[in-house]
Write a protein that binds this ligand. Sequence first.
Ligand SMILES: *Cc1c(COP(=O)(O)O)cnc(C)c1O
Length: 611
Amino acid sequence: MIKQAVIVAGGLGSRFGNRTKLMPKGFIEIDGVAMVERSVQKLIAAGIEEIIIGTGHCSEYYDELAEKYHVIKTVRNDNYMNTSSMGTLAVCVPYIKGDFILLESDLIYDAVGLKVLQNEERDNVILASGKSNSHDEVYLAADENFILTNVSKDKSIIPDPAGELVGITKISKNCLDKMMAYYNSDPALIKLDYEHALKQVSLDGEPVYVHKVEYYAWTEIDDESMLDRALTQIWPRIKENEELQSIRREVLLNPGPSTTTDSVKYAQVVADICPRELEFGNLMEEVATGLTEVCADPKDYISVMFGCSGTGADEAMVSSCVPPDGKLLVVDNGSYGARLAKIASVYNIDMDVFKSSTYEPIDIKALEEQMKSKKYTTFAIVYHETTTGLMNDLATICPMAKKYDMTTICDIVSAYGGMPIDLGKLGIDFATSTSNKHIGGMAGVGFVVCKRDELLKQKDWPMRNYYLNLYDQYKYFLETKQTRFTPPVQTFYALRQAIIETKVETVEKRYQRFTACWEILVKALDEIGLKMLVNRKYQSHFITAILIPETPKYSFNALHDYAKSFGFTIYPGKLGNIDTFRIANMGDIKPEEMTHFTCVLRDYMHSIGVC
Ligand SMILES: *Cc1c(COP(=O)(O)O)cnc(C)c1O
């Protein structure tokens, strides 16, 4: 897959007159969004991780856009007045690492064009369309093998074109080097446009293919009349196509799997591939690094991945990380802590359980007494108890475990990716999570983020497990770039996209979004008169356990079905004899959706006389 895109956006846009005197053309809005911003969104959705924008005229607009989208890097073509698109591409060259997609800045287009290029096997491919009747066509001539032979705006030179240039092209590094060599070969080429460099390179033996999509919906916008045509003829087609492709939205308010974006859903639709191919090995390696970066420094930590749910990752960690003669201390203050203890007992691991309230903070002093009482090798705890929404204070607890020389193994499943976490700072050696919670992927990949030094200690330990053996999985992948057993192939593609989208949003901003949703929920609960199980001081912003109202008219099923009819899925929660229902903030949820949900909740509670 191609990971980089370059947008050449140096131009003056002089054909627009006053409108683009103080603003680059790409910032002309279509349906309320600047052309170039919409292009950036489409590139991200198509799996592009880095967008280099070559700027010039009014470059500050692009610098501002780069602040909003962290994937953007701007490079200014200081000589934009005297050069053209090739001059702007030239300033971007030092940042181009491999194959990339080159785009013009003044385009509106159907995102399917990016998919066409992402699916291309051939190295250099120009996306072309049938007749656009735009009155500003760039015609492409090609031979019988669809290899580009000429480019011209003059129809008499290319009477029977192979297609029209769209302005979206897949280019290999090799081709780029040749384009640059040509551009630099003669000072008279200073005002060269990139398509002419492509033509030259193609004629010189580096084939550039023309891939025509006959009825492709796109247009370049160079002047007022083109803008008018774009708004009345092209944009409605693009919009309709996109609406046809959008998938019915269900907002999952259950504690995972979480709501995913359409781009994550579509990322699973890829060519079949044997997971033992190097290409897939590279993808898994990239995903592993991306997963590590979310919560730790990849210099010291490494992610080991399995095809399994989050509990599979917990089982891999617990059954792999306690030394053969070790002793484990587990904190149990909710179902997930209890699950860690259960796993240890199934593997006959020598263990003590420190029990604590499911809705009140851990008594730190008592825990320290317990740590001191025996020689434990390993300490296990859950960061965020998804049963109740209770956060455990790992910043205090984990360093304490270090003080008593324990290896710390943490289930951070429902905190990972939802809030800033630094395993190194917290002193956590192993941490588990899954592809389908805050990170926003599909269910199917469980992983353990491991401190490398600690993982290497397991090298000669007798295996207590097989499929889930952490060291074996790590070593095999290190040596072969393969997992020992069949991985969930398509889930990995979705996870790769989810990681990109996490980086684009940033974990800090994601936490702010969840916090905004949580505040909307808590305020509504106060107004309705519903009580929460955990004091808001100790609550995460990810899960809220709500005590059911004390009326016999309440029925979880009725509430569930009512919410479901509006596209919201909620989840029950029973803690001993305390009955709750739970609302999660996870994945691609938006504050306005939470507001809508609170209205639905209020309506239901009103109907049973609670408010
Ligand atoms: C979701 C979750 C898990 C894993 O659950 P699975 O259903 O196995 O994916 C583990 N621990 C915590 C704290 C969780 O929230």
